[in-house]
Design a protein around this ligand. Structure first.
Ligand code: NOJ
Length: 552
C-alpha cells in the first residue's frame, strides 16, 4: 500500500481563468500582469496553490485549450517575463504554481501540425492521427465534442486527421515515441522554470483504438455520433500516463491532477490509486447537461462515499463544485435568488469539509452566479452555440434553444471577475471580451472584503480552519444517515478531534434528530453568521443552513 503524498493534503488550489480574471492594459482581456496585480486577493484569502488555465500561445479557438506553442505565452496575456514575475511573487507568498497542460491535442497552428500536414513523409508525419478516406468519406462516424465530424480532410496528404474537440484542435498521436519525448521534455522545461505541478487536460483519450470502429450511438441531427465511452481510459492510455509519471511527476515530485472522462468511480480509481503511479488526484469531467439533470444531495453523498471507500488508504481526491466548464455552483446546487448568500456559504462549507484537496474557482469565493444573456450572439462557448443550432435543427424555437444555452453554457463560469461596482465591474477599462454579469453592483470583491459576514470572509475562515483542524485535512469521513433527503450530515474524525458538518439543501426549514449536535459542541462556522449563526438548543436547520461544529 502506498499512501498519497502528504503535502498535497494541505493545499487549497485556486483556479484562475486568466482571460476573465483581471485586465491590466485595457484591451478587454484578462492577462498575467492582471493576475499579479490581484495576487493580494488570493494571499488575503489564504490559498496556497494557483492553477492557471492555459496561458500558452494560442489562436484561442477554445480559449487557450488549443496550444500553438507550449513554450511561449499568449500575446494577449503578456510575456514570459510576466509569467516569471507572477511565479516569483507566488513563490514568495508560499503559493505553488500549477500549469494547465493540454496534450491530448494541440492547435492546428502548432508548428508540429503545420509540418505534419505538409506531406506523408516529413519527420513529424506521425505526430497526429491520420487516416485514409473510407469509400471517399471520413474514416468513421465519430462526432467531435463540439459538433460536426471528428475528422477533417487535408488535400496535401489526401488524408483525414482526427480531432475529438474542434477542428482547430487536432489530436496528438501518442503511439508515436518521438511525440511523447517532445511532450516530456517540454514538461521538464517547465518544471525547471519552477512549475510545481500540472493539471492535465482531457487525458483519458490518449490511446485510440487503431481500427477506429464506428460509434454505436445514434447519429445526432448533423449525422455524426458521439464517440463511445469505450475510447476513454484504454490500457494504452494508462500506460502513457504512467510513463509521464515516471518521466516527470515522480522524478520531480510535482503535483499531478488529471482531468478524466469516467463513467464510474471504479474507473476513476484506475487513475489515482497510488500504487498505479499515475495522478495524485483526478477531476472527473461530467458534461453540464448531465449534471444539471442528475444531481441531488443524495447522489453527491453516494458518489462521495463510494470514492472515499475506494481511495481512503491509497489515493486522494480533487474536491470541487466549480470550474470553467460548469455552471456557477450557487446557481446549480444552491439558490441564487432568495437564499443566495447562505447557499453560497453552505457550498463553501461543504467543499472544505469533505475529504480531499479543495479547488476554488475564481469568483466562487464571492458567490458569483450564472448569467442570462439576451441573445445567442452574446455567448462565446462553441459548445453552447453548437447545441443551440442543433436544437433549432431538431425543431426547437430560438427562445427554447437560448434558454438551454443559458442553462448549460460554459460562459456562465467565464463572465469576468466582479472586482467592484465601477463600470465593467473593475475588470477592465476597455470593452470586456465577454459581457459582464449585470449583478456585479451587488456581488463584488471590494464590497465583500469589507463585510465580515460576506461569502468571501466565509471562504477565508474555512481556509484558515483547515490549517488549525487536522480532522478537515486528514480525518476519516463518516456520513450520518438522516431520513430527510435534503439534509447532508457528515463527521470528520481524527485522533485529536471530531468535527460535524450539517447542511440543509432545501428552501424549507428541516428538523434535526435530537442529540445529533451534542451539547457543548463548539460552533466553528455557520452560513447564517449574519443572523447571529447557530444557537445552542436549535432543533432545525433553516433553508440552506450549514453549521460546522467541533464536537470533541
Ligand atoms: C477540457 C477543458 O476543461 C475544456 O475547457 C476544453 O474545452 C476541453 N478539455 C478541450 O481541451
Amino acid at each position: 500500500m502506498i499512501p498519497a503524498k502528504d503535502w498535497i493534503k494541505d493545499l487549497v488550489i485556486y483556479q484562475v481563468y486568466p482571460r476573465s480574471f483581471y485586465d491590466s492594459n485595457g484591451d478587454g482581456v484578462g492577462d498575467l500582469p492582471g493576475v499579479l496585480a490581484k495576487l493580494d486577493h488570493l494571499v488575503d484569502l489564504g490559498i496556497n496553490a494557483l492553477w492557471l488555465s492555459p496561458v500558452y500561445r494560442s489562436p484561442n479557438d477554445d480559449n487557450g485549450y488549443d496550444i500553438a506553442d507550449y513554450q511561449e505565452i499568449m500575446e494577449e496575456f503578456g510575456t514570459m517575463e510576466d509569467w516569471e514575475r507572477l511565479r516569483d511573487a507566488c513563490h514568495s507568498h508560499g503559493i505553488k504554481v500549477i500549469m494547465d497542460l493540454v496534450v491530448n491535442h494541440s492547435s492546428d497552428e502548432h508548428s508540429w501540425f503545420l509540418e505534419s500536414k505538409s506531406s506523408r513523409n516529413n519527420p513529424k508525419s506521425d505526430y497526429y492521427v491520420w487516416r485514409d478516406p473510407v469509400n471517399g468519406k471520413e474514416p468513421n462516424n465519430w462526432a467531435s465534442v463540439f459538433g460536426g465530424s471528428a475528422w477533417e480532410f487535408v488535400p496535401e496528404r489526401g488524408q483525414y486527421y482526427l480531432h475529438l474537440f474542434s477542428k482547430k484542435q487536432p489530436d496528438l498521436n501518442w503511439a508515436c515515441p518521438a511525440l511523447r519525448e517532445e511532450v516530456y521534455s517540454m514538461m521538464e522545461w517547465w518544471v525547471k522554470k519552477g512549475v510545481d505541478g500540472f493539471r492535465v487536460d482531457a487525458i483519458s483519450y490518449l490511446d485510440k483504438p487503431q481500427d477506429f470502429p464506428d460509434s454505436p450511438l445514434p447519429p445526432q441531427p448533423d449525422g455524426y455520433s458521439l464517440f463511445g465511452q469505450e475510447i476513454a481510459g484504454r490500457e494504452g492510455t494508462h500506460r502513457y500516463i504512467r510513463e509521464m509519471g515516471t518521466r516527470v511527476f515522480e522524478k520531480y515530485n510535482v503535483l499531478s491532477v488529471g482531468e478524466v472522462s469516467v463513467s464510474s468511480t471504479q474507473e476513476l480509481q484506475d487513475y489515482v490509486l497510488t500504487e498505479r503511479g499515475e495522478f495524485d488526484m483526478a477531476i472527473p469531467f461530467v458534461p453540464p447537461v448531465v449534471e444539471i439533470h442528475t444531481w441531488s444531495p443524495q447522489k453527491l453523498k453516494e458518489d462521495t462515499l463510494e470514492s472515499y471507500q475506494l481511495l481512503r488508504k491509497e489515493g486522494w481526491w480533487a474536491r470541487f463544485f466549480s470550474n470553467h466548464d460548469k455552471p456557477r455552483q450557487v446557481s446549480l446546487y444552491g439558490d441564487d435568488k432568495d437564499h443566495w448568500e447562505v447557499s453560497a456559504k453552505m457550498l463553501g462549507m461543504l467543499l472544505h469539509s469533505l475529504p480531499g484537496t479543495p479547488f476554488v474557482y475564481q469568483g466562487e469565493e464571492l458567490g458569483m452566479t450564472d448569467v442570462r444573456f439576451p441573445s445567442i450572439e452574446d455567448y462565446d462557448d462553441p459548445d453552447a452555440k453548437n447545441r443551440y443550432h442543433q436544437m433549432i435543427l431538431e425543431g426547437a424555437s430560438p427562445e427554447e434553444a437560448l434558454d438551454q444555452a443559458r442553462l448549460e453554457s460554459r460562459d456562465n463560469a467565464r463572465t469576468p471577475m466582479q472586482w467592484d461596482d465601477s463600470p465593467n465591474e473593475g475588470f477592465t477599462t476597455g470593452t470586456p471580451w465577454l459581457k459582464v454579469n449585470p449583478n456585479y453592483k451587488r456581488i463584488n470583491a471590494a464590497a465583500q472584503r469589507q463585510d465580515p459576514h460576506s461569502v468571501y470572509h466565509c471562504y477565508k475562515k474555512l481556509i484558515a480552519l483547515r490549517k488549525d483542524h487536522p480532522a478537515l485535512t486528514r480525518g476519516e469521513l463518516e456520513f450520518v444517515d438522516l431520513p430527510e433527503q435534503e439534509l447532508l450530515c457528515l463527521r470528520r474524525v481524527a485522533p485529536e478531534e471530531t468535527l460535524l458538518c450539517v447542511n440543509n439543501f432545501s428552501k424549507e426549514e428541516k428538523a434535526l434528530p435530537q442529540g445529533l449536535v451534542p451539547e457543548g459542541a463548539q460552533v466553528l462556522l455557520s452560513s447564517y453568521d449574519r443572523e447571529g449563526g447557530w444557537r445552542p438548543g436549535r432543533t432545525a436547520l433553516r433553508p440552506y443552513e450549514s453549521a460546522l461544529f467541533l464536537v470533541k
